[in-house]
Design a protein around this ligand. Structure first.
Ligand SMILES: Nc1ncnc2c1ncn2[C@@H]1O[C@H](COP(=O)(O)OP(=O)(O)OP(=O)(O)O)[C@@H](O)[C@H]1O
Length: 953
């Protein structure tokens, strides 16, 4: 191969670096499997171990190998301690919070390392392993650190592999990582196994750092920089965050590929790009990884619920926020006239970070997805803006092009991650951030070796001085905050939050998930781009160093510390994390204090500092309201008196007439409005649905029964479009909809409910009803961004009306997650009616509700058919209820339709009875049940009660 110079010396270096990446990958995998997040403190823990060794050997003169073992043990203990003291406290919170905590920890541990290794022993002065031979390969000296790594690392990894596979404790670690609940049932202390996994990972990190530090010429102790992190993650992702041997093999390959690329001057800069491509390809080949990384932690509400209506009558509550905003802006503008240019530069940087942080707040706060690459978009926007402003001599055109280019880049990067979510977006955006800063921005069309940005002008007055430019930054910040606030509190934010809470339910409500995600990526990219433009044009020389990949990680911390749930959170975070150290100059102690404060905020203040301020504001408003005779508890939570509405809304006879237009009968003249034609679906070896076919006539109610696992829900999933059939067709009102998405089907009027009726736990009932109106009036991004309120007002009024008619008004301000199952089911029904369905697919509508409610539910469903003409297919285990509802019934077992006919015919069908009881005739006999006799003597109806599936033993 021309240009590549690859000899045995490069191979040795490749294997050495590959082994270090492999050790890193193993540490990341161990922690990820136990705690489900990427540990950013992994590198710092290694650096800490390396500092301890430097202290023992260089300062105290202790023997190398004894110190080696003890230093590794100390780092391992520190890592275990981190799990016990920090990680455990975050249980049940989104895994993102764990990552952020380890970012703070990383800073703290690094500061501790610097204190221990106060002489700064590193690079070639760092102690090397003793008692080992050295030699040369093709004039490359192979020192003792290389020998130790190449000899000891395989031994360590083989030992670890044996331990995890064959030792009781190792097996317990794996069992606890796979499923902590099952492990606990088997008597394994799952929590302590996680601690053990962290401890081992910490030891591995120290082992690697101690042997790598003497080979890195002059490099200081550093934590897990994004570059090294990415290389470790590449191996870990290829190994699906689970297989240790694959992680090592992949890392060795990456080490060798890296050396190969470095050996050719033409490809030297492409290392990160190649690794980024490897990562994205690896991710796309394993969508289950993305899903595994999806956050199961408890989400918090994205925006605090709007102020109660009654508060709007209190003048001080109406004026206070307006006055505060005006005062805040006045002070910020006033600063320009009193601060020095240096301070103004820092404030500009704070504004830039805040804008990038707003994009994180939108992406991570509202949609729950972590991006570690927002500064890449900032860099792209700054470069585009500077070039376009230069060539057109128009700053505004440059600015708009910059924002647009960042929006496009962000949407493009989001596309592959869209299917995967969870860890996938974090990893691919980190890869993109590094590829951008090490290669893309270095290209001549972007920043090359550096460009001089033009300054904006204000009526011909160029904003050259930092104090003047700061005013421009402030203006951009105000625009960014305004738009973000509109998006978060308007229809767009509500929809994205619904997608985050429950994507399937949102899609069943016609929310097009992909299009909305794409819009979200674009908007957040655009905001980050605006931040980049503010930072970029503020500098005299713009280089790639202006947008380091590490800043993308810092800005996440900025946003979390400030508060993900508060629009202005990033401003608070940026003032503390970016502004404060730059303005007052931080000593080591100061940095440590800041890192500790950061950790404390992440652990103890789930809504960040902004959340505390908002709670303070709410207390103040409540106090003001009380002085006007308003009861805050009642207004905020809709608490009613004992005689009020404690009973189920089902008992209060909802009013349906004229609620929505009556569903037309089949518009294509067909006798059936829904045809399921020979549909089959298998999952691995299980045939869930096997050649199922049935028809539903307009206005009919078709009941579906069958024991657990019969394939009823899978059949519904196929009809509603959530699962693709392997074979067969779905025809809705004469049109083949087999390849239509769930949201397209719902838009046509084929609407489903879910067995758990989970809806959107963090939205209020009123907001949920507004999401359901997406079918009739889809939210537009632009009107939402510009805060146009007319559509929102209409939706709100319509939601109020539906709530009133369904007797749900008293729950309007309750979060859906707080409701009883029965009430949640009524809310779900209210939403489904809002969608104006023609065919309703109801999956166990009576599950989890009391018997008395179940009767009322039956009345309601019949009334819906009566008043609105809705066709229904109902899966139900409550046979009396279903018999009352259904015109016809089908029974399923083992994926097949085994009986069809009137309710009476089906529930006395011998095959149906046997399917519920198992095929054991003796069991049927023993149970005293009798099947329908030819002479009509039915005996006690075997299925006349709520069916509890019986397993034959
Ligand atoms: N996504 C999936 N992956 C693997 N197997 C699945 C999947 N979905 C369903 N199955 C299997 O298909 C079979 C049918 O399940 P399904 O949920 O459709 O039954 P059901 O009749 O709705 O049962 P239930 O009354 O308990 O809801 C079961 O054996 C189930 O384990």
């Amino acid at each position: 191969m021309t240009g590549f110079d690859f000899g045995i010396d490069r191979l040795v270096i490749g294997l050495f670096t590959g082994l270090t990446y492999g050790l890193l990958a193993v540490g990341l995998v161990l922690v990820y499997r136990s705690s489900r997040f990427v540990n950013f403190a992994h590198g710092s823990i290694g650096a800490f171990g390396a500092s301890v060794l430097a202290l023992f050997v260089a300062d105290w003169g202790l023997p190398y190998w004894a110190s080696f073992v003890v230093a590794i043990l100390i780092a391992a203990l520190l890592s275990g301690l981190v799990e016990v003291v920090v990680v455990r406290r975050l249980e049940g919170r989104p895994s993102l919070v764990g990552m952020i905590a380890t970012l703070g920890l990383s800073q703290l541990i690094l500061v501790m390392s610097l204190v221990i290794n106060s002489d700064g022993v590193s690079g070639f002065t760092y102690p090397k392993p003793t008692l080992l031979p050295t030699f040369e390969i093709q004039s490359l000296p192979i020192g003792t650190p290389y020998v130790a790594m190449l000899v000891l690392a395989p031994v360590l990894l083989a030992g670890l592999g044996w331990f995890l596979r064959h030792h009781r404790m190792g097996m317990a670690i794996r069992a606890a990582a796979d499923d902590p609940d099952i492990a606990r049932l088997e008597g394994i202390p799952a929590r302590w196994m996680a601690t053990l996994a962290w401890t081992i990972a910490g030891g591995i990190a120290a082992f690697s750092a101690i042997l790598v530090t003497p080979t890195t010429a002059g490099a200081g102790m550093e934590g897990l920089g994004p570059d090294l992190l990415l290389k470790g993650l590449a191996g870990a992702v290829i190994a699906r965050m689970s297989s240790i041997p694959i992680a090592i093999a992949a890392s060795l390959g990456i080490g060798v590929i890296e050396q190969l690329l470095l050996s050719n001057p033409d490809t030297r800069g492409l290392v990160t790009v190649v690794i980024a491509v490897i990562i994205v390809v690896a991710l796309l080949r394993q969508p289950q990884l993305g899903r595994a990384g999806q956050d199961k932690g408890r989400w918090r509400r994205v925006v605090l619920p709007p102020l109660p209506e009654a508060y709007r009558g209190v003048r001080s509550i109406v004026w206070l926020p307006r006055v505060s905003v005006a005062l805040g802006i006045a002070v910020a503008v006033g600063l320009a006239y009193v601060v020095s240019n240096d301070t103004a530069s820092v404030l500009t940087l704070v504004a830039g970070y805040t804008l990038v942080g707003l994009s994180v707040g939108l992406l991570t706060g509202v949609s729950g997805q972590l991006s570690l690459g927002q500064f890449a978009y900032a860099g792209i926007a700054a470069a585009a803006s500077v070039h376009v402003a230069d060539s057109t001599s128009n700053f505004l055109v440059g600015l708009l092009c910059g924002v647009l280019s960042a929006a496009v880049a962000s949407a493009l990067v989001g596309i592959p991650a869209m299917r995967l979510k969870g860890l996938a977006l974090a990893v691919s955006t980190l890869a993109f951030a590094l590829a951008t800063s090490t290669w893309l921005l270095r290209q001549g069309v972007f920043l090359g070796d550096g460009i001089a940005p033009a300054k904006p002008t204000w009526w011909d007055y160029p904003l050259e001085y930092a104090v003047d430019y700061y005013l421009f930054a402030l203006l951009m910040l105000c625009i960014g905050v305004w738009v973000t606030n509109n998006l978060r509190h308007g229809g767009f934010g509500r929809m994205v939050q619904a997608l985050r809470d429950n994507e399937h339910a949102a899609r069943a409500f016609t929310v097009p998930n992909r299009m909305r995600m794409l819009q979200l990526y674009a908007v957040s990219g655009g905001l980050a781009g605006l931040g980049g433009i503010v930072i970029g044009h503020g500098q005299s020389q713009l280089t790639v160093n202006s947008f380091p990949a590490a800043a993308s990680i810092d800005v996440v911390a900025v946003t979390v510390v400030g508060g993900l749930t508060v629009t202005l959170g990033p401003l608070i975070g940026a003032l503390i994390i970016v502004g404060l150290p730059a303005l007052v100059g931080m000593s080591t102690v100061g940095q440590a204090a800041l890192a500790v404060a950061w950790l404390l905020v992440v652990i103890f203040l789930p809504d960040g500092i902004g959340g505390v301020l908002v709670r303070g504001r709410d207390l103040l408003y409540d106090g003001l309201a009380r002085r006007h005779g308003i009861d805050p508890l009642r207004e905020r939570h809709g608490v009613v008196d004992a005689t009020g509405h404690a009973s189920s809304p089902l008992h209060e006879r909802p009013r349906l007439e004229g609620l929505v237009p009556r569903a037309p009968a089949a518009t294509h003249g067909a006798a059936s409005i829904l045809t399921v034609d020979g549909v089959s679906r298998r999952f691995g070896g299980v045939v869930a649905v096997d050649h199922v076919g049935f028809e539903v006539a307009p206005g009919e109610i078709l009941g579906v029964i069958g024991p657990n696992g019969a394939g009823k829900t899978t059949c519904f999933e196929i009809v509603a479009g959530f699962t693709r059939p392997d074979r067969g067709r779905i025809v809705f009102d004469g049109i083949d909809v087999t390849s239509a998405t769930p949201e397209q089907r719902a838009r046509e009027g084929l609407v489903r409910s879910f067995q758990d009726a989970a809806l959107f736990p963090t939205l209020t009932v009123h907001e949920t009803l507004m999401v359901a109106q997406e079918r009739v009036e889809p939210t537009r991004l632009w009107t939402s961004a510009l805060g146009v309120r007319s559509a929102e007002r209409d939706k709100s009024a319509a939601a109020d009306e539906v709530l009133e008619r369904m007797r749900l008004t008293h729950y309007a301000r309750h979060a859906v997650g707080e409701l009883s199952t029965g009430t949640r089911r009524v809310v779900e029904l209210a939403c489904l009616l809002t969608l104006e369905p023609r065919v309703l697919l109801l999956d166990e509508p009576s599950a989890g509700i009391a018997q008395s409610e179940s009767d009322a539910l039956g009345d309601l469903l019949l009334e819906i058919r009566e008043e609105l003409g809705t066709t229904m297919v109902v899966i139900e285990h409550d046979l009396p209820l279903l018999s009352r509802l259904s015109d016809r019934m089908i029974a399923m077992n083992l994926g097949r339709v085994i009986a069809t006919g009137t309710p009476d015919e089906v529930r006395t069908d011998p095959a149906v009875v046997t399917s519920y009881l198992g095929a054991d005739q003796a069991a049927i006999h023993r149970s005293g049940l009798r099947l329908a006799q030819p002479d009509g003597d039915r005996g006690p109806d075997p299925l006349a009660t709520r069916i509890q599936p019986v397993t034959s033993r």
